[in-house]
Design a protein around this ligand. Structure first.
Ligand SMILES: C[S@@+](CC[C@H](N)C(=O)[O-])C[C@H]1O[C@@H](n2cnc3c(N)ncnc32)[C@H](O)[C@@H]1O
Length: 229
C-alpha cells in the first residue's frame, strides 16, 4: 500500500486578518458566499496576501486539486493500492476516499473544500464521506497511518531516482511518501524530521503534480515487476 501525503498544502479558508480586504469581499460576493467560507487564492488575493506570514507558500488550492484528480484517476487507486491524504499549511489532515470523484471544475472544487472546512466532512453528515477533515499535526497523522517506511520527496534531498525510490518502497511494504503541495520554498525541518529518508529525484525543483504522477506511475511499474518475479 502506498500512502501519498500532500504536505504543507497551500489549502485554507481566507484567514481572519484579511477577511475585510476588498479583494476578499469582492470574490465572496461574486461567488455568493460569506468571505470566511472562501478559499485563500493567490490569483484572487495577491495584494491582501502580502500581510500574511509565509505568503509565498500559501493560497494555491489548484495544486491540491490537480494532484487529487491525478492520483484518484490512477490504476493503482482503482486497484486499491493507494491512500491519499492532505496535510495543510494550517495543521488540518484531510482523508480522501479512494472512491471520491471530485469536481473537475475549480470553482466547484473550491466550494466543496469550503464546505469541508466548515462542516468537517463532505457530503456533510455522510457515513462514508468523500473527504473528512480533522485538526491534527503531521506526526499524529503518520502515527495513525502506521507506515513501515516514510520518505519525503524534496528537491533538497539526497539525490536518487524514482526507480530506486519505488524499488525501495515496494520492497519495504506499507509506506508513506510526503510530497509538498506548496508553490515555493523548502519543506519544513519539522516535517523532514518525521521521515526515514529525504530524496531528490531530479536536479531541479519540479511541480507537485509532475512529481505525484511520476511517483505513482513508477510505483505501479515496480509493483507489477515485483509480482511477476
Ligand atoms: C514546487 S515544489 C516546492 C518547491 C521547492 N523549491 C522545492 O524545494 O522543492 C513542490 C514539491 O514537489 C516535490 N519536488 C519538487 N522537485 C523535486 C525534486 N527534484 N525531487 C523530489 N521532489 C521534488 C517536493 O515534494 C516539493 O515540495
Amino acid at each position: 500500500m502506498l500512502n501519498l501525503v500532500l504536505v504543507e498544502a497551500a489549502l485554507e479558508t481566507v484567514p481572519r486578518v484579511i477577511l475585510g480586504h476588498p479583494s476578499v469581499r469582492r470574490n465572496a460576493r461574486r461567488r455568493r458566499k460569506i468571505p470566511q467560507e472562501t478559499l485563500l487564492d493567490r490569483s484572487l488575493h495577491h495584494s491582501a496576501m502580502e500581510r500574511l506570514p509565509d505568503s509565498h507558500k500559501r493560497g494555491r488550492p489548484d495544486i491540491v486539486h490537480i494532484c487529487l484528480l491525478e492520483a484518484l484517476g490512477t490504476p493503482l487507486n482503482a486497484e486499491g493500492g493507494l491512500r491519499i491524504w492532505v496535510h495543510t499549511y494550517g495543521g488540518y489532515a484531510i482523508e480522501v476516499s479512494p472512491k471520491a470523484r471530485l469536481p473537475r471544475d475549480r470553482g466547484r472544487f473550491d466550494s466543496l473544500v469550503g464546505q469541508l472546512f466548515s462542516e468537517g466532512r463532505v457530503p456533510p453528515g455522510a457515513e462514508s464521506p468523500l473527504m473528512a477533515l480533522d485538526q491534527k499535526d503531521m506526526g499524529a497523522l503518520l502515527r495513525e497511518m502506521e507506515p513501515v517506511y516514510k520518505i519525503a520527496l524534496t528537491s533538497r534531498g539526497e539525490p536518487s531516482t524514482l526507480e530506486e525510490v519505488c524499488d525501495d518502497l515496494v520492497t519495504k511494504g506499507d509506506s508513506a511518501v510526503l510530497v509538498g503541495a506548496f508553490p515555493h520554498g523548502p519543506m519544513r525541518d519539522e516535517t523532514l524530521s518525521l521521515v526515514d529518508r529525504a530524496v531528490s529525484v531530479h536536479p531541479t525543483a519540479l511541480e507537485t503534480w509532475v512529481v505525484t504522477s511520476r511517483l505513482i506511475y513508477e510505483y505501479e511499474r515496480r509493483l507489477a515487476k515485483s509480482l511477476t518475479s
